[in-house]
Design a protein around this ligand. Sequence first.
Ligand code: TRP
Length: 353
Amino acid sequence: MSKIILTGDRPTGRLHVGHYVGSLKERVKLQNSGEYDEIYIMIADAQALTDNAEHPEKVRQNIMNVALDYLACGIDPEKCHIFIQSMVPELTELTFYYMNLVTVSRVQRNPTVKAEIQQRNFEASIPVGFFCYPISQAADITAFRATTVPVGEDQMPMIEQCKEIVHKFNSVYGETLTDPEIVLPSNKSCLRLPGIDGKAKMSKSLGNCIYLSDEEDVVKKKVMSMFTDPNHLRVEDPGQVEGNPVFIYLDAFCKDEYFEEFWPEYKNLDELKAHYQRGGLGDVKVKKFLNKVLQAELAPIRARRKEWEQKLPEVFAILKEGSKAAEAKAAETLQDVKAAMRINYFDDADFLN
Ligand code: TRP
């Protein structure tokens, strides 16, 4: 069986370092492993519209932002098809058939949907399209016969729901769809990076993000303003590293080489943590180090983004080519789906009988 990756992001803003460690970095690793036969990376504009129906211009503007962030992170258009969801209308058709295999109460139990309904104050009136987006996400995944879906931890319920749809479809209509596996980052601190304010999640709407495209001075200012251990008032005080965003970021980004390069007093993060916990190590020093680490990680990404920004027509061509390849693939699957459901009337010699 071929190994195929499908993943994507909603274009509602620029991507941030939470996206990077939570999923983008993993995708680049998988891409470069050479183990995958096909890789599809989707800019999920149709899904973004499910809760931005009144702001299509916001979605439209961010398509290029997300494409640039992908390319900046090292997603290679020679190895991946980067495409725009709405340019593959087969996905909508698949969604419509899958809707019959899912109950309203099942979608209501989806914890990510539940949380999002709350965040968006949709309790009183949920747009139907928004409510159905987990089903459309199952269409996204299965249309490409994806075996592997590298995403952030928050997407786990979506993959579970997708697997249920696959099983249901295959049991009703016969083995047709591929059962996908989720791939999460192996580093626990990368699963859900907190915001710079210490809130549980880095998120545009909370305004607590470090963006991949932030300039050097902006990153520095954000790092120096980060929330740390609120009880670590004096340098001599013992500090807490658990739940301390500065240390969570170090867990996510720091490599031993960075100590050699920027802070040879310590060999590794364990030594630094031990000192912080003992007391006698000030937050400012740790933040300055984190800033150097982040700058080292982000500088090449920022530079690559600037290069691509000079070549927007090329990016446009990448998206167009990618969307064409994606549509061809999805059309094949849709044919198989309709054949399995026996609604491919004009291709079916038995239809008249
Ligand atoms: N829900 C994802 C996000 O919020 C985007 C997405 C849409 C997606 N369809 C997908 C991710 C299919 C993985 C697979 O960013």
